[in-house]
Design a protein. Structure first.
Length: 361
């Protein structure tokens, strides 16, 4: 990754290993051009880079590199850099605190980085579908100089409670419950994907709670659309051990991601149960239709909205982004992030920070 937080396209494929004497592992590299796109654990005899002892290591072949608009590169090699850059380490050392509030009958979890700075205006980050507040761990701390910064877990995800059923609008009420709990008046909210779609709904139904909405590559139903088909998948089985569980983590939709960043998301997406390691979301959500909304709702929005589109998004086309903006009175955008995939905080983290700073200026 370069100093601007963008993925390098030239580095060789890196595999993280687990040495029994050094749990954080050494590093192996290979020249394979045929790694599968789905992550899987592979075992092989290796030499620890630290103690030089032979051991059987378990490594994770990561996804092949992608070109400007998300297709596999010609050389097929992953774009991996084993060591996290200093900006990531600095962000991760910032203290964060958990909070809980009630939202439509269940406990909703949210975190803060500087809740005591009550003289600053509030800024809230909302994650995507089946995500959690940790997706913002390495982004949110960049804004504590000017804002009281928070991030929430929607119900059924992260550390928020599960619901008996997830009716339309319940996630909007989760967001509003957190804004009310913060108690500083209307908030600026940044929402990615699923979180951005719920943010747009909140703008139309609870405009007094929001001062500015920044929507990041969020799909929204428009006139003439048909609801996409929801894949009916069986409940996930618990994984027997930590390393197996981490290795099975994958992004949806898939895109290139540095191993240290993918590892952070994988580790924070798991919880331990009596039966093994499971993902931190309600299995019932796997069959939920995540697409909601209607174009008439967008027409009613009076809250200032800025819409950011990822150039290489596999979720939102440039045309859809333009139509969404056109449907919202006075909205800014679409503002295009060049070379960014749908998960723009993963392949263009520092570029996203810079863009958000400009929008919040």
């Amino acid at each position: 990754m370069d100093q601007r937080g963008r993925v390098s396209r030239r580095s060789r494929c890196a595999f993280r290993t687990w040495c029994p004497a050094h749990p954080d592992g050494g590093l192996d590299r290979c020249e394979s051009t045929t790694h599968p796109t789905r992550i899987a654990v592979v075992a092989k005899q290796s030499i620890c880079r630290r103690c030089e002892k032979s051991f059987v290591c378990h490594f994770v072949p990561h996804r092949p590199s992608v070109n400007r608009c998300g297709q596999a590169s010609g050389n097929g090699r992953s774009t991996m850099n084993d060591r996290a850059p200093s900006w990531f380490d600095g962000a991760m050392t910032q203290p964060r605190r958990s909070h809980f509030t009630e939202g439509s009958g269940v406990t909703v979890h949210y975190v803060s980085w500087n809740a005591a700075d009550t003289a600053k205006p509030p800024l809230v980050f909302a994650h995507g579908f089946l995500g959690h507040a940790h997706w913002w761990d390495f982004i949110a701390p960049f804004f504590t100089d000017r804002f009281r910064v928070f991030a929430l877990d929607f119900s059924g995800m992260g550390d928020s409670a599960y619901r008996q059923e997830y009716s339309a609008g319940v996630f909007v009420r989760d967001l509003v419950a957190v804004v009310d709990a913060i108690g500083s008046g209307p908030c600026v909210v940044v929402g990615h994907s699923f979180g951005g779609s719920r943010l747009l709904q909140a703008c139309a139904t609870f405009p007094d709670r929001l001062s500015h909405a920044i929507v990041l590559d969020s799909y929204f139903m428009l006139r003439g659309d048909n609801l996409p088909t929801v894949e009916r998948r069986p409940p996930p089985r618990p994984y027997p051990d930590w390393h197996t569980a981490v290795s099975r983590f994958r992004l949806i939709p898939g895109q290139d991601c540095e191993p240290w960043l993918l590892e952070h998301l994988a580790q924070t997406s798991l919880r331990r149960t009596a039966d093994g390691w499971v993902w931190r979301f309600d299995p019932k959500l796997r069959v939920l239709q995540p697409v909601e909304g209607e174009e008439d709702l967008l027409n009613r929005i009076t809250v200032p909205v800025s819409y950011v589109h990822a150039e290489c998004s596999s979720v939102v086309s440039a045309d859809r982004a333009r139509r969404i903006v056109d449907a919202i009175p006075g909205a800014k955008g679409p503002i295009t992030m060049p070379s960014a995939g749908h998960h723009m905080m993963l392949d263009q983290p520092l570029a996203l920070v810079s863009l958000l700073r400009a929008l919040l200026a």
